[in-house]
Ligand binder design. Structure first.
Ligand code: ATP
Length: 247
């Protein structure tokens, strides 16, 4: 069953339409990855799903309920958590205090300080440190931990590995199977195509606000994805050979 259904969504900033008439579904427990060049509209789409930007047209259905007109805090209480690009921590608060902000939804579930520290041990070591005094990777770990503390059903991860040391990216990706064991659905925006193909159940490729291509890593070729990424003409992807050789 689909946990999220986005139908004919358009959204943007003033006169600029960044997401245009876009539709897709995410199934329960699925990891759906969104790829696309800079400015394709991926972050705008995530913000529209989380409710920090209002859709101009279309509808968003979450767990069978129409949430299109709900504000972001209501969607967060309903179980949608966004880890935004740029992290957005409360810099006057410690790591642990930032994590506790996530728990403000009062949703029941497997995630609490103990389980988040178990998943990302670096956070326990840093729990009393002011979050302004963290490296980029440490801040990213706090942002993920804070989102988990809200015990979401759907987590939206916007370029969580951007600008991070490879070892921290590895730690974040290594934590995905444990996060997914809890039945969480994930939408992941990621620049690294090879990494994306390794973890995604399905991939959507965005170009200029449209979802140009959608499929599983097994039925999309690397060529089809890069064509969609850069806006070259896209061939049909039914019965396409495996993308196993994608770099
Ligand atoms: P990136 O990979 O660079 O983050 P993206 O695919 O996430 O790109 P968006 O950030 O959604 O793309 O941007 C889509 C379009 O909206 C771009 O043309 C961008 O310049 C514009 N845009 C993004 N944020 C704003 C904003 N706050 N105000 C005005 N325009 C914006």
């Amino acid at each position: 069953m689909a946990i999220l259904e986005v139908k004919n969504i358009s959204a943007g900033y003033g006169d600029l339409t960044a997401v245009s008439d876009l539709s897709f579904k995410v199934e329960e427990g699925e990891l759906f990855a969104l790829v696309g060049a800079n400015g394709a509209g991926k972050s705008t789409l995530l913000k529209t799903i989380a409710g920090s930007i209002r859709a101009v047209n279309g509808s968003i259905t979450f767990k069978g309920q129409d949430v299109t007109k709900d504000p972001d805090f209501k969607r967060s209480q309903d179980g949608i958590a966004l880890v935004p690009e740029g992290r957005r921590l409360f810099h006057s608060l410690s790591v642990e205090e930032n994590l506790l902000v996530g728990a403000g939804t009062n949703r029941k579930g497997p995630w609490n300080l103990k389980s988040v520290y178990g998943l990302l041990p670096i956070l326990e070591k840093l729990k009393d440190r002011n979050s302004a005094r963290l490296s980029g990777g440490e801040q990213q770990a706090v942002a993920i931990g804070r989102a988990l503390m809200s015990n979401p059903d759907l987590i939206l991860l916007d370029e969580v590995s951007l600008g991070l040391a490879p070892i921290i990216v590895e730690q974040i990706y290594t934590s995905f199977p444990d996060i997914r064991k809890q039945g969480l659905s994930i939408i992941l925006v990621e620049q690294d195509l090879k990494r994306t193909l390794g973890v995604a159940d399905r991939i959507g490729c965005m170009l200029e606000g449209h979802l140009l291509l959608e499929g599983t890593p097994a039925n999309l070729t690397h060529q089809q994805i890069t064509d969609a990424y850069f806006g070259h003409s896209v061939q049909s992807f039914d019965n396409a050979p495996s993308a196993g050789g994608a770099q």
